[in-house]
Design a protein around this ligand. Sequence first.
Ligand SMILES: Cn1cc(CCO)c2c3c(c(-c4ccccc4Cl)cc21)C(=O)NC3=O
Length: 290
Amino acid sequence: ALMLSRYESEFLELGRIGVGEFGAVYRCVKRLDGCMYAIKRLRRPLAGSANEQLALKEVYAHAVLGHHPHVVRYYSAWAEDDHMIIQNEYCDGGSLHDVLTEKEEQGEFFQEPELRDLLLQVSMGLKYIHALGLVHLDIKPSNIFISHRPSSSAGGAGDSEEEDDGHTSSGVVYKVGDLGHVTSISSPQVEEGDSRFLACEVLREDYTHLPKADIFALSLTVLLAAGAPPLPQNGDEWHRLRQAHLPSLPHELTSALRNLLQTMMDPDPAVRPSASALCRHPVLRRERAG
Ligand SMILES: Cn1cc(CCO)c2c3c(c(-c4ccccc4Cl)cc21)C(=O)NC3=O
């Protein structure tokens, strides 16, 4: 078209970093500020269709969620050329799913300190989302993105919040992304997420403890990082996992962490700790050095 689209005029597309039925995600540089962004372009859903509702819910959620070190940041969204476009923070470390796939190929998995760091950081993101009256409903490794904190040698003044919360020796920052299933706790319109991470009560359409469904999905996410075998999508194994039977792990966890993960996947959502309780949990607290 003679008139360049906003996407083409404002951004230089460097490469495609994801593709699915939803559309595609590109790594782009914004010409004006020279910064990198992750931009999802999807064919504009039919006006009034369920897909349009989903696409709009994602943008509404990002708009409400503002800024948090452990939630992928939203910059803008617009519609053009029969496409909907959302411009988000680019996380340079890939998704947790990418990292787990790479580690698995080398027969490696997360050790206990890394598991606690992952659990604490995502709990902080969930605490923020839940405090704003929202639930994610699709927590899983491919929706957790990784940013590598600028190395201290870069001298960049780190974001104070991140510094406060980033006592980990590793410069790895986990961020909750893909808000396509986000809904309100009080008046939920539940679009079920990935069945492998779905809590039993949500399948039964019991929405009285929705934040605890995110906690359930987070426990399975951490178990995968600990080396658990791929999760079942349905069937007897699916139900066994929802009777709080921890999957077999290649490497024994301390009883403290194992018990915490066990309560997070309890069949009774009321038993599972809240994200806020997890952030205060002694197993996850980081003792200040010295
Ligand atoms: C497939 N894929 C790969 C990446 C890069 C990870 O290093 C990625 C990102 C996002 C998203 C994304 C997810 C859902 C909605 C919108 C976006 Cl831009 C998807 C991404 C996003 O919001 N930020 C990303 O970095």
